[in-house]
Design a protein around this ligand. Sequence first.
Ligand SMILES: [Zn+2]
Length: 161
Amino acid sequence: MNQRRCTICGELVVNASIKGEKHRFHAMLIRALNDIVVPTCNGCKRTYLDKNTATIVDNHLRQIYTAELQRRATALITGLMTLTTQWKLEWLLGLSSGYLSKIKNGKKSPSATLVAALALISIDPQKRMSELEDFWGVGSLDDRYKNMRRTWEEEEGDRNG
Ligand SMILES: [Zn+2]
């Protein structure tokens, strides 16, 4: 008999699908959606992954994880845009101009770090953004933005006048 036994508990190792199981993948617990068969101990549930299967599982979870980060980032940005300007948010997060649009349009993939920062800001946006203004020592960005607008409008007025 060549039935494999678990090196930990001695129970039989059988082929089992990971579909429906939650796996830690970086910041999240990801529920596997595909029927990927993995040798698994009948007793302690230890898995015996070969390199090829490990890559298949990793790619599957990464795909779900990436899509979930994108979904959450888009929802958080959309919510915050009702309360502030993209310009201010990008400044406070040290992002290049237009970066948040690229995420919303699916042209850039957000990092878990950025999604975490957006999530924390979203809990109390005015307070968190004010704290970040203090932390970076940049003063009121809303005032700066108003002054910039005034300058643009004056320039526009000069051109038209
Ligand atoms: Zn076992």
